[in-house]
Ligand binder design. Sequence first.
Ligand SMILES: *[C@@H]1O[C@H](CO)[C@@H](O)[C@H](O)[C@H]1NC(C)=O
Length: 148
Amino acid sequence: MKRTLLISLVSCLLVINQASIISRCDLAKVLHQEDIDGFEGYSLSDWLCLAFVESNFNISKINENVDGSFDYGLFQINSHYWCSDYRSHSENICHMECSELMNPNLLSTINCAKNIVSGPGGMKNWVKWRLHCSGRPLSYWLTGCRLW
Ligand SMILES: *[C@@H]1O[C@H](CO)[C@@H](O)[C@H](O)[C@H]1NC(C)=O
């Protein structure tokens, strides 16, 4: 009995853990459906590369910065400017709670990301995109993905 309970608990935790990772092609599909391809001049591959370098496709990733702010979700969106987590001052430009940025339904996350990329600097707002994705051949990010 105890053993069965333990096994179900462990498999349940495994499922939860896996659920936070979205596959590359699933992400490509959602982004494509949300019409992000070409938005502000950035390709679908730019977004995939961005999500990979920022979070390894981990929807529930949280990272604490040295200034006390936090980065949330797939695109590691920062609480100082874009969302509110009630932990420190926030401009809350996306008018949302940071926890929404970890929702498996990516609509709010995508809307906030669109908001960021529409501003000055575009995708350069993400330092890791500038360092690891910008100006590189990126089309391989879509290899094997069916978008419709
Ligand atoms: C995803 O991020 C969360 C929070 O940072 C972490 O606890 C979890 O282990 C990560 N998942 C994987 C599979 O790396």
